[in-house]
Design a protein around this ligand. Sequence first.
Ligand code: F3S
Length: 288
Amino acid sequence: MEILLAEDMGFCFGVRRAVESMNRAAYEGGLVESLGTVVHNPQVVEKMARQGIEVIADLDEVKGETVAITAHGVGPQVLEGLRTRDFRVVDTTCPIVKAAQNAAKKLSEAGFFVIIFGDPKHPEVRGVLGWAKNKGMATTDVSSVLAMEKPPRRIGILSQTTQPPRHFSKFVNNIISSWLDRSLEIRVVNTTCDATTNQQEAALALAKRVDVMIAIGGKNSANTRHLAEICNDLGTETYHIERAVDIQPSWIKDKERVGITAGASTPNEVIEEVISYLRSMAEKSPSK
Ligand code: F3S
Protein backbone atom coordinates (compact mmCIF):
# COMPACT_ATOMS: atom_id res chain seq x y z
CA MET A 1 0.00 0.00 0.00
CA GLU A 2 1.30 3.40 -1.01
CA ILE A 3 0.61 6.45 1.16
CA LEU A 4 0.41 9.72 -0.77
CA LEU A 5 0.17 13.19 0.76
CA ALA A 6 -1.66 16.22 -0.62
CA GLU A 7 0.84 18.87 -1.72
CA ASP A 8 -0.80 21.46 0.50
CA MET A 9 -2.46 20.59 3.82
CA GLY A 10 -2.51 21.34 7.54
CA PHE A 11 -2.15 24.62 9.45
CA CYS A 12 -2.82 27.70 7.30
CA PHE A 13 -0.92 30.90 8.01
CA GLY A 14 -3.90 32.44 9.88
CA VAL A 15 -4.15 29.55 12.33
CA ARG A 16 -0.37 29.35 12.82
CA ARG A 17 -0.30 33.11 13.53
CA ALA A 18 -3.20 32.81 16.04
CA VAL A 19 -1.68 29.86 17.90
CA GLU A 20 1.73 31.56 18.10
CA SER A 21 0.28 34.89 19.33
CA MET A 22 -1.72 33.18 22.07
CA ASN A 23 1.23 31.02 23.14
CA ARG A 24 3.45 34.11 23.31
CA ALA A 25 0.86 36.01 25.39
CA ALA A 26 0.50 33.06 27.82
CA TYR A 27 4.27 32.71 28.11
CA GLU A 28 4.73 36.43 28.85
CA GLY A 29 1.69 37.17 30.97
CA GLY A 30 0.07 34.02 32.41
CA LEU A 31 -3.54 33.01 31.91
CA VAL A 32 -5.07 33.80 28.52
CA GLU A 33 -8.78 33.22 28.06
CA SER A 34 -9.77 32.52 24.48
CA LEU A 35 -13.25 33.49 23.33
CA GLY A 36 -14.12 30.20 21.70
CA THR A 37 -11.66 27.59 20.49
CA VAL A 38 -8.65 28.91 18.61
CA VAL A 39 -9.12 26.27 15.96
CA HIS A 40 -11.61 23.48 15.57
CA ASN A 41 -9.20 20.79 16.62
CA PRO A 42 -9.39 19.05 20.02
CA GLN A 43 -5.66 18.15 20.10
CA VAL A 44 -4.62 21.77 19.59
CA VAL A 45 -7.09 22.91 22.25
CA GLU A 46 -5.76 20.34 24.77
CA LYS A 47 -2.17 21.30 24.10
CA MET A 48 -2.89 25.01 24.48
CA ALA A 49 -4.77 24.39 27.75
CA ARG A 50 -1.58 22.85 29.15
CA GLN A 51 0.20 26.09 28.20
CA GLY A 52 -2.29 28.29 30.09
CA ILE A 53 -4.79 29.13 27.36
CA GLU A 54 -8.33 28.41 28.51
CA VAL A 55 -11.41 28.43 26.32
CA ILE A 56 -14.43 30.45 27.47
CA ALA A 57 -17.80 30.84 25.80
CA ASP A 58 -18.42 34.52 26.53
CA LEU A 59 -17.13 37.56 28.36
CA ASP A 60 -19.11 36.82 31.54
CA GLU A 61 -16.82 33.84 32.14
CA VAL A 62 -13.55 35.82 32.19
CA LYS A 63 -11.56 35.28 35.42
CA GLY A 64 -8.29 36.98 34.51
CA GLU A 65 -7.14 40.05 32.63
CA THR A 66 -6.19 38.80 29.18
CA VAL A 67 -8.75 37.78 26.58
CA ALA A 68 -7.88 36.41 23.14
CA ILE A 69 -9.96 36.76 20.01
CA THR A 70 -9.50 33.73 17.77
CA ALA A 71 -8.63 33.68 14.04
CA HIS A 72 -12.39 33.58 13.34
CA GLY A 73 -12.78 37.15 14.65
CA VAL A 74 -15.72 38.64 16.53
CA GLY A 75 -18.48 41.15 15.86
CA PRO A 76 -18.35 44.80 16.96
CA GLN A 77 -20.53 44.18 20.04
CA VAL A 78 -18.00 41.75 21.51
CA LEU A 79 -15.18 44.16 20.71
CA GLU A 80 -17.07 46.93 22.50
CA GLY A 81 -17.60 44.63 25.51
CA LEU A 82 -13.85 44.00 25.67
CA ARG A 83 -13.10 47.71 25.48
CA THR A 84 -15.56 48.78 28.16
CA ARG A 85 -14.39 46.09 30.57
CA ASP A 86 -10.78 47.07 30.05
CA PHE A 87 -9.33 43.63 29.35
CA ARG A 88 -5.94 43.20 27.74
CA VAL A 89 -6.88 41.92 24.28
CA VAL A 90 -4.84 39.55 22.11
CA ASP A 91 -6.56 39.94 18.76
CA THR A 92 -5.58 37.07 16.45
CA THR A 93 -8.34 37.64 13.88
CA CYS A 94 -7.02 36.34 10.56
CA PRO A 95 -6.34 39.26 8.16
CA ILE A 96 -8.51 37.53 5.54
CA VAL A 97 -11.43 37.36 7.96
CA LYS A 98 -10.77 41.01 8.85
CA ALA A 99 -11.11 41.88 5.13
CA ALA A 100 -14.50 40.10 5.03
CA GLN A 101 -15.60 42.04 8.15
CA ASN A 102 -14.59 45.33 6.49
CA ALA A 103 -16.44 44.43 3.30
CA ALA A 104 -19.60 43.62 5.31
CA LYS A 105 -19.34 46.90 7.22
CA LYS A 106 -18.88 48.99 4.04
CA LEU A 107 -21.73 47.28 2.21
CA SER A 108 -24.09 47.67 5.13
CA GLU A 109 -23.17 51.34 5.60
CA ALA A 110 -23.83 51.90 1.88
CA GLY A 111 -27.36 50.49 2.31
CA PHE A 112 -26.82 46.96 0.99
CA PHE A 113 -28.56 43.89 2.42
CA VAL A 114 -25.65 41.55 3.11
CA ILE A 115 -25.96 37.88 2.23
CA ILE A 116 -23.18 35.64 3.53
CA PHE A 117 -22.71 32.27 1.90
CA GLY A 118 -21.80 30.24 4.97
CA ASP A 119 -22.88 28.40 8.10
CA PRO A 120 -24.94 30.86 10.19
CA LYS A 121 -23.79 29.16 13.42
CA HIS A 122 -20.08 29.45 12.64
CA PRO A 123 -18.30 32.08 14.79
CA GLU A 124 -16.63 33.70 11.77
CA VAL A 125 -19.98 34.10 10.00
CA ARG A 126 -21.71 35.42 13.13
CA GLY A 127 -18.92 37.97 13.53
CA VAL A 128 -19.05 39.11 9.89
CA LEU A 129 -22.84 39.44 10.08
CA GLY A 130 -22.33 41.58 13.19
CA TRP A 131 -20.17 43.96 11.13
CA ALA A 132 -23.07 44.21 8.68
CA LYS A 133 -25.03 45.45 11.73
CA ASN A 134 -27.13 42.29 11.34
CA LYS A 135 -28.72 43.85 8.25
CA GLY A 136 -28.46 40.66 6.29
CA MET A 137 -28.51 36.90 6.54
CA ALA A 138 -26.20 33.89 6.35
CA THR A 139 -26.98 30.59 4.70
CA THR A 140 -25.59 27.96 2.33
CA ASP A 141 -29.07 27.22 1.03
CA VAL A 142 -29.92 29.54 -1.84
CA SER A 143 -33.60 28.58 -1.72
CA SER A 144 -33.90 30.23 1.71
CA VAL A 145 -32.61 33.46 0.13
CA LEU A 146 -34.89 33.25 -2.89
CA ALA A 147 -37.85 32.49 -0.62
CA MET A 148 -37.89 36.19 0.36
CA GLU A 149 -41.09 37.73 -0.89
CA LYS A 150 -39.34 40.72 -2.43
CA PRO A 151 -35.64 40.96 -3.23
CA PRO A 152 -33.83 43.74 -1.39
CA ARG A 153 -33.04 46.78 -3.62
CA ARG A 154 -29.31 46.54 -3.03
CA ILE A 155 -27.68 43.21 -2.31
CA GLY A 156 -24.10 42.51 -1.24
CA ILE A 157 -22.92 38.90 -1.35
CA LEU A 158 -19.89 37.59 0.58
CA SER A 159 -18.62 34.15 1.47
CA GLN A 160 -17.41 32.45 4.64
CA THR A 161 -13.65 32.26 3.99
CA THR A 162 -13.52 28.45 4.04
CA GLN A 163 -16.33 27.77 1.55
CA PRO A 164 -15.28 26.15 -1.75
CA PRO A 165 -15.16 28.94 -4.39
CA ARG A 166 -17.10 26.87 -6.93
CA HIS A 167 -19.98 26.47 -4.43
CA PHE A 168 -19.87 30.23 -3.82
CA SER A 169 -20.03 30.94 -7.60
CA LYS A 170 -23.03 28.66 -7.95
CA PHE A 171 -24.79 30.40 -5.06
CA VAL A 172 -24.04 33.86 -6.54
CA ASN A 173 -25.13 32.82 -10.05
CA ASN A 174 -28.44 31.56 -8.70
CA ILE A 175 -29.16 34.86 -6.96
CA ILE A 176 -28.12 36.93 -9.98
CA SER A 177 -30.17 34.92 -12.45
CA SER A 178 -33.26 35.03 -10.20
CA TRP A 179 -33.03 38.60 -8.94
CA LEU A 180 -31.00 40.84 -11.22
CA ASP A 181 -34.06 42.14 -13.05
CA ARG A 182 -35.81 42.99 -9.78
CA SER A 183 -32.91 44.57 -7.85
CA LEU A 184 -31.13 47.84 -8.38
CA GLU A 185 -27.66 46.56 -7.65
CA ILE A 186 -25.96 43.29 -6.73
CA ARG A 187 -22.37 43.46 -5.51
CA VAL A 188 -20.25 40.38 -4.98
CA VAL A 189 -17.05 40.38 -2.92
CA ASN A 190 -15.05 37.17 -3.13
CA THR A 191 -13.99 36.61 0.47
CA THR A 192 -13.02 32.96 0.07
CA CYS A 193 -9.50 32.23 1.28
CA ASP A 194 -6.61 31.17 -0.96
CA ALA A 195 -5.17 28.91 1.74
CA THR A 196 -8.36 26.88 1.70
CA THR A 197 -8.61 26.95 -2.10
CA ASN A 198 -5.05 25.69 -2.49
CA GLN A 199 -5.65 22.88 -0.02
CA GLN A 200 -8.89 21.94 -1.79
CA GLU A 201 -7.16 21.86 -5.18
CA ALA A 202 -4.34 19.74 -3.78
CA ALA A 203 -6.86 17.36 -2.18
CA LEU A 204 -8.82 17.06 -5.43
CA ALA A 205 -5.68 16.39 -7.47
CA LEU A 206 -4.70 13.65 -5.05
CA ALA A 207 -8.21 12.16 -4.82
CA LYS A 208 -8.04 11.49 -8.58
CA ARG A 209 -4.97 9.29 -8.11
CA VAL A 210 -5.89 7.16 -5.08
CA ASP A 211 -8.35 4.44 -4.06
CA VAL A 212 -9.29 6.01 -0.76
CA MET A 213 -8.84 9.46 0.81
CA ILE A 214 -8.43 10.26 4.48
CA ALA A 215 -9.18 13.83 5.56
CA ILE A 216 -7.72 14.62 9.00
CA GLY A 217 -9.22 17.30 11.22
CA GLY A 218 -11.67 18.12 14.01
CA LYS A 219 -15.21 16.87 13.40
CA ASN A 220 -16.43 20.45 13.77
CA SER A 221 -13.76 21.86 11.44
CA ALA A 222 -15.70 23.31 8.49
CA ASN A 223 -12.72 23.28 6.15
CA THR A 224 -11.85 19.62 6.88
CA ARG A 225 -15.48 18.72 6.19
CA HIS A 226 -15.27 20.58 2.85
CA LEU A 227 -12.07 18.73 1.95
CA ALA A 228 -13.77 15.41 2.63
CA GLU A 229 -16.89 16.51 0.71
CA ILE A 230 -15.09 17.54 -2.46
CA CYS A 231 -13.08 14.30 -2.56
CA ASN A 232 -16.25 12.33 -1.98
CA ASP A 233 -18.12 14.31 -4.68
CA LEU A 234 -15.42 13.24 -7.09
CA GLY A 235 -16.43 9.65 -6.40
CA THR A 236 -13.37 8.71 -4.33
CA GLU A 237 -14.14 6.78 -1.14
CA THR A 238 -13.33 9.33 1.60
CA TYR A 239 -13.23 9.31 5.39
CA HIS A 240 -13.04 12.26 7.79
CA ILE A 241 -11.09 11.36 10.92
CA GLU A 242 -9.77 13.24 13.95
CA ARG A 243 -7.00 10.83 14.96
CA ALA A 244 -5.21 7.71 13.79
CA VAL A 245 -7.33 5.52 16.10
CA ASP A 246 -10.44 6.44 14.08
CA ILE A 247 -9.15 4.55 11.05
CA GLN A 248 -11.00 1.27 10.43
CA PRO A 249 -8.75 -1.42 8.91
CA SER A 250 -11.55 -2.31 6.44
CA TRP A 251 -11.21 1.16 4.79
CA ILE A 252 -7.72 0.43 3.58
CA LYS A 253 -7.86 -3.33 3.17
CA ASP A 254 -6.79 -4.30 -0.37
CA LYS A 255 -6.28 -0.65 -1.33
CA GLU A 256 -3.18 0.14 -3.36
CA ARG A 257 -3.06 3.89 -2.81
CA VAL A 258 -4.24 5.87 0.20
CA GLY A 259 -4.30 9.67 -0.02
CA ILE A 260 -4.02 12.02 2.95
CA THR A 261 -5.23 15.57 3.31
CA ALA A 262 -5.74 17.68 6.45
CA GLY A 263 -7.72 20.78 7.33
CA ALA A 264 -6.24 24.21 8.01
CA SER A 265 -6.56 23.66 11.76
CA THR A 266 -4.89 20.24 11.93
CA PRO A 267 -1.46 20.26 13.61
CA ASN A 268 1.53 18.48 12.10
CA GLU A 269 1.87 16.01 14.95
CA VAL A 270 -1.63 14.60 14.28
CA ILE A 271 -0.84 14.25 10.56
CA GLU A 272 2.44 12.49 11.44
CA GLU A 273 0.62 10.15 13.80
CA VAL A 274 -1.82 9.13 11.04
CA ILE A 275 1.00 8.60 8.54
CA SER A 276 2.95 6.34 10.90
CA TYR A 277 -0.18 4.39 11.78
CA LEU A 278 -0.92 3.81 8.08
CA ARG A 279 2.72 2.87 7.45
CA SER A 280 2.59 0.26 10.19
CA MET A 281 -0.63 -1.14 8.69
CA ALA A 282 0.95 -1.16 5.22
CA GLU A 283 3.89 -3.16 6.56
CA LYS A 284 1.52 -5.70 8.06
CA SER A 285 -0.37 -6.07 4.76
CA PRO A 286 2.00 -5.37 1.83
CA SER A 287 0.20 -4.63 -1.45
CA LYS A 288 -0.26 -7.40 -3.95
FE1 F3S B 1 -7.30 32.74 7.61
FE2 F3S B 1 -7.72 31.32 5.49
FE3 F3S B 1 -6.68 30.25 7.59
S1 F3S B 1 -9.10 32.81 6.36
S2 F3S B 1 -7.52 31.36 9.30
S3 F3S B 1 -5.73 31.82 6.33
S4 F3S B 1 -8.16 29.28 6.26
